[in-house]
Design a protein around this ligand. Structure first.
Ligand code: HH3
Length: 329
């Protein structure tokens, strides 16, 4: 806000990361249980217009899985690589989250699967939901699933499904299907169906799950236990597309979001800090060189109020930290 008060503004930390992480398209970011940053990227694979046929079937299986380490753990302070894993198992990485036992839950839009993978470097697949390379929309198939969020209280697993479905599914920690919402019957206040539910955030202090309803340019939040619609956050400033959200319980509860590029370039690409309760935009942020944001694709709040943004276009991760800014009256 204006006035002589000091308020915080997120600025890019331009010398982060210290080294070259040699990333491909960055699709997902997470914070692990040691508060290190987990980066999920596509190595030398790319999602482009000929990656799928008209029935959402992946066209490049013959290329085999990504041989680079698709999962990198870096320290939030310097961006140094602490662990590298996820070789020879993914085709088109998308979302990632870490559970309280520090296992990774990921989605792969080419596999149409959600995988629970060990973080011990042995890449053990502890659970697989969906059938490899087989799109579908029943309770045991997904169609280009985009993200996973975990309720730390119950261990329940929420899946946003996806580019070619329009629903959120809920599973138990051991993978038993529990429920879904968003696809068919509409809660009247939810208004339109989802159009690419693209990113999930679990609000642990409120027991709600929020979704970035990408092509509707809105964020919608639901009661985790019932799926009941709670609220929608839709802003002109988003410019019609919300690509990703993340949540911090700090203060009244903060939703971090990034918007995306609309065909008519209606709004600049940037990050937003939104007060969950008031729905007010508290801050916006973007790289010092604006054009460095090409396709901001996921974001996660860091351990000390910093925010990390992964970009699938510039194949980079950006760090932003809260600088005191003295505003003149
Ligand atoms: O949105 C798309 N991709 C990004 O979200 C991503 O790379 O995850 C996309 C959609 C259709 C064709 C090609 C790319």
């Amino acid at each position: 806000g204006q006035g002589a008060d000091q308020d915080y503004h997120l600025e890019q930390v331009t010398d982060w990361p210290e080294g070259n992480l040699q990333l491909g398209q960055v699709s997902g970011l997470a914070l692990d249980s040691d508060s290190n940053l987990v980066i999920f990227h596509r190595g030398d694979h790319h999602w482009d217009l000929d990656s799928f046929d008209g029935r959402a079937r992946y066209q490049h299986r013959s290329l085999g899985p990504i041989q680079q380490s698709a999962i990198l753990v870096v320290d939030p302070a310097k961006g140094r690589i602490l662990k590298a894993s996820g070789r020879n198992m993914f085709y088109l990485p998308h979302g990632i989250t870490a559970d309280r036992d520090n296992n990774y839950w990921v989605t792969d839009v080419a596999l149409h699967q959600v995988l629970k993978v060990s973080s011990d470097g042995r890449d053990r697949t502890l659970l697989a939901l969906g059938e490899a390379f087989t799109p579908g929309s029943d309770s045991s198939h997904f169609c280009q699933p985009t993200d996973v969020a975990i309720d730390p209280h119950t261990g329940n697993v929420f899946v946003s499904d996806g580019y070619c479905n329009a629903r959120i599914l809920k599973f138990s920690a051991d993978g038993k299907y529990l429920s879904q919402w968003g696809a068919g019957s509409l809660d009247r206040r939810q208004r339109a169906r989802f159009q690419i539910p693209h990113s999930l955030a679990f609000l642990s202090d409120r027991r709600e799950v929020c979704v970035a309803d990408r092509e509707n340019g809105r964020i919608q939040c639901f009661i985790a236990d019932t799926g009941e619609f709670v609220k929608e956050i839709k802003k002109e400033e988003f410019g019609g597309k919300v690509f990703a959200i993340s949540y911090s319980p700090a203060g009244d509860g903060l939703i971090y979001a990034v918007n995306g590029d609309s065909p008519y370039h209606s709004a600049p690409l940037r990050g937003f800090v939104i007060n969950y309760t008031s729905r007010e935009i508290l801050d916006t942020f973007s790289p010092k060189r604006k054009q460095d944001f090409k396709m901001p694709h996921d974001l996660v709040g860091g351990p000390d109020g910093s925010v990390f943004v992964g970009d699938a276009g510039s194949e980079e991760v950006f760090k932003f930290s809260a600088e005191k800014s003295h505003r003149s009256v």
